[in-house]
Design a protein around this ligand. Sequence first.
Ligand code: NAD
Length: 270
Amino acid sequence: MLVRDKVVVVTGAAGGIGAALASRFAQEGAAGVVVSDVDGDGAAKVAASLGDKAISVRTDVTDAAQVAELVAATESAFGPVDLFCSNAGIATGIGIDAPAQAWAASWSVNVMAHAHAADAVLPSMLARGGGYLLQTVSAAGLLTCPGDAPYTATKHAALGLAEWLSMTYGTAGIRVSVLCPMGVRTNMLMPGIESGNASALAVAASAKILEPADVAETVVAGLADERFLILPHPDVAGMYAAKAADPDTWLSKMRHALGKQTGTPGTVAG
Ligand SMILES: NC(=O)c1ccc[n+]([C@@H]2O[C@H](COP(=O)([O-])OP(=O)(O)OC[C@H]3O[C@@H](n4cnc5c(N)ncnc54)[C@H](O)[C@@H]3O)[C@@H](O)[C@H]2O)c1
């Protein structure tokens, strides 16, 4: 899909990767860009910087009713949604001892929000014979993120949901992609690096930290190719293939690498 003349929604777009996607889509000539975030003021600032083809809508993506309202607001402003980027996400930096609240929040934001988004936009997309769902997952959804158990489990679940959506609706014209970066210079990662968090430091040691604009560049190319896996760090493809080919060897190498990087279990996938 080319973004030009399309109606696009981006969640989690008050900053970081989401703001970069919204900005890049506006540059590409989208017919309308809806900048959405639970941080309504932040979303409004981003939308204001993008000109008159952008609006902001405050949305908590964990609430299905609010996601449906986001789709309705988009339709009122610009017409039916062509591309819904379900990008909002949270990390916890906690292992298996994560409290129930952290697990529940991770499931709500990192998994259920994608389900709410698909449920809200698919009826209109299917009626029109096409549409595009982009889910921001993470390399953690393909590999693992040992410093953050809820993040790893929920990003893997998000990948599974995206595969299911693609398999189920692909023949009806629905395209699905997953965006799976390693480290990106955003508020999700950088404060952890600055405070010496072991997980964040391991991400930093694992691959080059990309700028959000670099990620947006890769997304535009991936959407144009209608590729399922969009990998801003291309090496992730080889890591994913190696894991699939021999999980025991891959896990053994991961344990060794993590021990060397952090001295303790830590994150590598972002
Ligand atoms: N930064 C990285 O290294 C990295 C790597 C891989 C994947 N990702 C993924 O990229 C996506 C964007 O993260 P980012 O790095 O730009 O971080 P970020 O923290 O800058 O942006 C996340 C945005 O999501 C919003 N958000 C959180 N909960 C929400 C909710 N309930 N409803 C609506 N919005 C909500 C936040 O307000 C924030 O603006 C996430 O899904 C994240 O998991 C990030």
